[in-house]
Write a protein that binds this ligand. Sequence first.
Ligand code: AMP
Length: 445
Amino acid sequence: MTSVTTPANFTELGLIPPLLARLTELEYQQPTPIQAQAIPSVLAGRDLIAGANTGSGKTATFALPLLQKIQQQQLALQSHTEKSLAGNSSKGNYVIGLILVPTRELAKQVADSIKSYAVHFNGKIKTVAVFGGVSVNTQMLALRGGSDILVATPGRLLDLISSNAIKLDKVNTLVLDEADRMLSLGFTEELSALLALLPKKKQTLLFSATFPEQVKALTQELLNNPIEIQLQSRDASTLVQRVFTVNQGEKTAVLAHLIQQQQWRQALIFVNAKHHCEHLAEKLAKRGITAAVFHGDKGQGERSRVLDGFKAGEIEVLIATDIAARGLDIEKLPVVINFNLPRSPSDYMHRIGRSGRAGEVGLAISLIDHEDYHHFKVIEKKNEIRLEREQVEGFEVDEVINEQLLAELLAESKPMAAPEGSGKKKRKKKATINADIWSGYSETE
Ligand code: AMP
């Protein structure tokens, strides 16, 4: 695997002027490590397998070379036939670049990013997003005459193929974004069906935060002599993780206290079940805090409205299930709070990755009561982190439980890799927080 090198500037990566102009407008001053390492090889047509954390800038890593490739193909075709690629292929409901993603929100987000990167191509590159949960007719209309880039969730794409709204025989670039998530969401059969419809000869780019066996198998099946990039875990200085022990039954009070005391501009709170979202929102409302909820039982219109409101900063507190844990890019989100711990250790990383993106300072807090204690240790172990247990001033854990926690900790503590800055030092018996410790993380903008 390639190790991280000093990022070059975008011009050195070989990108064409319309893209460079756009990156300047977006104030991307230099490529992120994955962009610096991958873009030149992807432009050269190589397959890629990348283990990139959320927030690493991976969308641009595949989107910029894909746009450049399609633009160059269009120009070459025009000079030969005086026809655009779209014109040439309009009968077949063609797709040139296919990006498969696990969730509706990610499909929309990725398509929006691509459209934004392409603004200086004078609208000649057509990008369409298709995903379930909304009317298929509008998407069929959008696909008429083909699309240069299609961002899709697997199930809806198969539906569209079976109704002849789309054909995959002209695809020359395939991107699998969040491959691990797609497989864990049960898209294995859909993926196999889709892959069978794709031309053998194509460039394939696979992104995955983790590499379980299923992803490795997919990689072997799909990739041809790929370049491999495994980024080191996120820079510890940009995302601070903290864990607070609380008494059972006091989580809501602690949460409300933190929200009110810290005055974060925004907070994303994760719970484990859809109905918990509404319960917690009601409990917070009684304490004077208005929160919106986001989960899979909401209609697509409502989901989009809430997400757009949160992205625009109109919604300050959002309570969500893990549906919001992957891929979502909320600019400058100051804090993510695990009100309930995620079941899977990898979901912990995905959840906390919503904050501290693109080099911003971020904070991830987990509230654990006695019942969560063992599970949090599993999460730490799997993710090779070790966090000091802290307490919130005014909500100290009852002495009996505290003693119990300490006993467990001492009995089971084994040497583990500590994240930079978290300290391998001996844990203090009781670490309380005060306003000074927090000052670096409260909203200052
Ligand atoms: P991603 O990991 O693709 O979801 O990107 C995370 C965020 O980083 C998005 O808001 C991007 O717009 C932003 N971003 C991507 N590349 C850069 C860059 N080179 N400089 C600054 N921001 C970037």
